[in-house]
Design a protein around this ligand. Structure first.
Ligand code: P53
Length: 488
């Protein structure tokens, strides 16, 4: 096997999906605190109280009705409130990761735990102490933190009262927050990601069907603000600690052509540019790519980009490229006979692939494809920072969990990484998604499990939160021990 000495094996979680403690330690609210649970076929809703005091719910992404405000309503269950209670279990969880031999643990900081509304000038000390203790605990086990600064959780106050990311001022609030992280966690953290799946701000637009030019305008401007915020954070992170390695994080979903009709090939290339490359090109290469003009024209987008923005983008390029990888998608200019629908998947079914219970196409070769493309495009070190199978687990009478399907998912993906390394890709690390079971971002379910560590909690909020080891736990431990030689 090709894995280099010191390869950063590990796993990943996000604050919103693992931490819980939504109203503890001075934490402010985020959008997931007002988001209900869903399923593969039933969406998650955002809840509010309207101007007449009536309770309401809407799709995530819709605008609040005039005069309404976001609210936690007693008739709903909000799975992210407690999540899997990492807030109280972090020592135990990190010990389990240490037992598996983790070299790296990717987690995120909850912005509103440090800046409850996002507008504060001084950070919340209780929040700082929580993360400092987490990082110290990781160090005790020789685990390097990989910290995502923003993983979907903009403080709700900024979204509700300040226009969120469509408002340029949000850049400054984010920069103040990121600067605090670099300063306060200096020496404890060396590896950072500025924004999780930053490209997903625009990637799903073509799916939603009725998206207007105005929606595109908002989404692209929103993304531009995030790209500038990321570039500013990179510069500040480098100035505070020259040892900091700061990366971008892209949702790495390949878009394949359905046929060899040249029109399909071109369509898949264009979809790949719009969905995947656009953001990473800016973050890695320091300027908007030539095809941006095509995308802006297609939807009459007029971006507000200042001279200073251009300087920041050029100065704030990342040190490494990272992406999540779960599945691939297929597009065509023809009428598709077979389609697939799942959460975040839609389009043509790929008859060469198997699909998960949530409609995600299982495609290890696609990981090699992504790795080799990204390496050639950017010539940067790469980390695969999410990969995994969301699946139902069954707990046997004796408490064991035989999750061979999960092992069978990871093994070929690890083999794909190994082939990519042999083909010249400078791959530094692999953090599997949801190494401890957590709340799904897409559907809000806990039963869509990714972990090597099982958490006793269900979708109605019943369970002891007790942790236990699945079969995959022992398997992954062996993979790490043998640096990817023994894949079982
Ligand atoms: P869940 C869409 C498509 C692929 C990955 O997803 C995505 C998304 C947006 O949710 O998100 C990443 O939980 C994300 C994680 C998330 C994970 O994939 O829907 O970075 O927060 O949990 C898996 O199964």
């Amino acid at each position: 096997m090709a894995f280099p000495e010191g390869f950063l094996w590990g796993g990943a979680v996000s604050a919103g999906q693992w931490e819980g403690g939504w109203d503890l330690g001075g934490r402010g609210m985020t959008m997931t605190d007002v988001t209900t649970g869903g399923t593969v076929s039933e969406p998650r809703y955002v809840t509010y109280i309207d101007k007449d005091g009536n309770h309401g719910k809407m799709w995530n992404g819709e605008r609040l009705p005039e005069g309404a405000h976001y609210a936690v309503l007693p008739e709903y269950h909000y799975p992210n409130h407690e999540a899997v209670d990492g807030y109280h279990h972090y020592k135990e969880d990190i010990a389990l990761l240490g037992e598996m031999g983790f070299k790296q643990f990717r987690m995120s900081i909850c912005w509103s735990r440090l800046f409850p509304t996002g507008l504060e000038i001084e950070p919340n000390v209780e929040g700082l102490n929580f993360y400092k203790d987490m990082f110290k605990t990781m160090r005790e086990y020789g685990i390097e933190p990989l910290v995502t600064i923003w993983h979907f959780d903009t403080p709700l106050y900024l979204v509700e009262h300040c226009g969120g990311w469509e408002n340029r001022e949000t850049i400054d609030h984010y920069v103040r927050y990121a600067t605090t992280c670099f300063r306060e966690f200096k020496g404890l953290v060396h590896h950072w990601l500025t924004f999780n799946e930053i490209n997903n701000t625009i990637m799903f637009l073509p799916f939603t069907g009725q998206t207007t030019d105005e929606d595109y305008q908002h989404a692209y401007q929103h993304l531009h603000h995030k790209l500038v915020a990321s570039a500013k954070a990179v510069q500040i992170g480098h100035a505070i600690d020259g040892d900091n390695m700061i990366g971008c994080m892209i949702s790495g979903m390949p878009w394949y052509p359905s046929t060899c009709d040249p029109a399909d090939i071109l369509l898949s290339q264009h979809r790949m540019e719009e969905g995947v490359w656009y953001s990473g090109d800016v973050q890695c290469l320091g300027e908007y790519p030539s095809y941006a003009t095509r995308l802006w024209k297609a939807h009459n987008i007029k971006l507000d980009i200042t001279q200073n923005d251009l300087v920041d983008l050029a100065m704030g390029t990342v040190d490494f490229y990272s992406f999540s990888y779960y599945m691939s998608n297929v597009v065509t200019t023809h009428t598709a006979k077979d389609t697939v629908r799942g959460n975040f998947t839609a389009g043509v079914r790929n008859n060469y692939l198997k699909y998960s219970d949530w409609g995600w196409g299982y495609d290890p070769i696609g990981l090699q494809w992504m790795l080799e493309w990204a390496a050639a495009r950017y010539d940067l070190p790469i980390m695969v920072v999410e990969n995994g199978l969301g699946a139902f687990d069954t707990v046997e009478d004796d408490g064991s969990i035989h999750d061979t399907y999960r092992i069978d998912y990871h093994r070929p993906h690890i083999e794909a990484m190994s082939r990519a390394i042999e083909n010249g890709v400078d791959l530094w690390g692999y953090t599997t998604w949801g190494c401890i079971d957590l709340v799904s971002a897409g559907t809000g379910e806990i039963r869509k499990r990714y972990g090597f560590v099982y958490v006793d909690m269900d979708d109605e909020g019943n369970g002891t939160m007790a942790r236990s080891r699945k079969d995959s736990f022992y398997w992954y431990k062996r993979v790490i021990e043998t640096n990817g030689e023994e894949l079982g």
